[in-house]
Design a protein around this ligand. Structure first.
Ligand SMILES: NC(=O)c1ccc[n+]([C@@H]2O[C@H](COP(=O)([O-])OP(=O)(O)OC[C@H]3O[C@@H](n4cnc5c(N)ncnc54)[C@H](OP(=O)(O)O)[C@@H]3O)[C@@H](O)[C@H]2O)c1
Length: 268
């Protein structure tokens, strides 16, 4: 099926991570030109670049630094011209859960800064970029999390940063059309997905059982599940009249298991 993405230029943040890398591969195989960011190490992006030299530009970017985000878009323009699509995917989660009374201000600020402020900065320079070029269509895809909807006890910093993506999406969908008349902004909320960010939790058998109790499909997502939803929102052919929408890619997740039967019995 033709997605119409051939020749489009997409910036994908967090392209060295599990979901980002899979998304890069999908866009490359659709014939898109991809500027992909990494923060600390290129990882598999390195070998991809050898294979896709004419279509892939990796850029080291710490998205908490405004000057680095500005430079990212300058480098992207220089290599591939107008940025048609932004996938704001980069994010972090602290591996160790913390009750709010034990959470340091430093941890709170770091998570908000990378996940939410970083997405703000990338969106800001994406919009500024659209202003520089002629063009009717544009697509911003924010990557949130089911944690932003259901909450996530012991990870309130992360859940709050992801809940903020909804407000960003609902606001920016009404701003983008002032620059690109057919511009769209949507949100993809992954549920549990096997990537480095979730690896520790998903190798804990008890944790996996607890997670699967909330998911009718009784399985976690693959990075491909998430990249397919991103691809859908990116394509004018597939979703050209869809804006301000959220896709939860979470197997029908209902919420959270708060207590195991044993924990209930112990409290009786
Ligand atoms: N996996 C899940 O279960 C799950 C569930 C819900 C939502 N999500 C969301 O999906 C997105 C992708 O997650 P993932 O599972 O692919 O995680 P991942 O494999 O850990 O990848 C995270 C990416 O973000 C980058 N990053 C970290 N700090 C950054 C910074 N300061 N500036 C720029 N980039 C930075 C990382 O680069 P470096 O590694 O080089 O630092 C990496 O490329 C995240 O927003 C995450 O919150 C994931």
């Amino acid at each position: 099926m033709d997605t119409g993405l051939s020749g489009k230029h997409v910036v994908i943040t967090g392209a060295s991570g599990g979901i980002g890398l899979e998304t890069v591969k999908v866009f490359l195989s659709e014939g898109a030109r991809v500027t992909g960011t990494y923060n600390s190490s290129m990882r598999e992006l390195d070998s991809l670049q050898d294979k896709w030299q004419n279509q892939l530009l990796p850029v080291k970017t710490d998205q908490t630094e405004e000057s680095e985000v500005e430079s990212l878009f300058e480098q992207a323009n220089e290599k591939f011209g107008r940025v048609d699509i932004l996938v704001a995917n980069a994010g972090i989660a602290n591996h160790e859960g913390k009750a709010i009374q034990d959470m340091s201000l430093e941890q709170w600020e770091k998570t908000i800064s990378v996940n939410l402020t970083g997405s703000f900065l990338c969106s800001k320079y994406f919009f500024a970029n659209l202003e520089k070029y002629e063009g009717e269509t544009a697509s911003l895809i924010l990557v949130g999390s089911t944690a932003g909807f259901f909450g996530e006890a012991w990870y309130s910093d992360y859940a709050t940063s992801k809940a903020g993506m909804h407000g960003l999406m609902m606001s920016l969908k009404n701003e983008i059309t002032h620059i690109a008349p057919k511009g769209r902004v949507n949100l993809v909320n992954p549920g549990w997905t096997l990537t480095p960010i979730a690896e520790e939790a998903l190798t804990d058998k008890d944790m996996v059982t607890r997670i699967l109790q909330t998911i009718p499909m009784r399985k976690t997502a693959t990075p491909q599940d998430i990249s397919s939803a991103i691809l859908y929102f990116a394509s004018e052919i597939l979703s050209g009249h869809v804006s301000g929408q959220t896709i939860n890619v979470a197997g029908g997740m209902e919420g959270r298991v708060l207590f195991t039967p044993r924990e209930i019995q112990q409290s009786e």
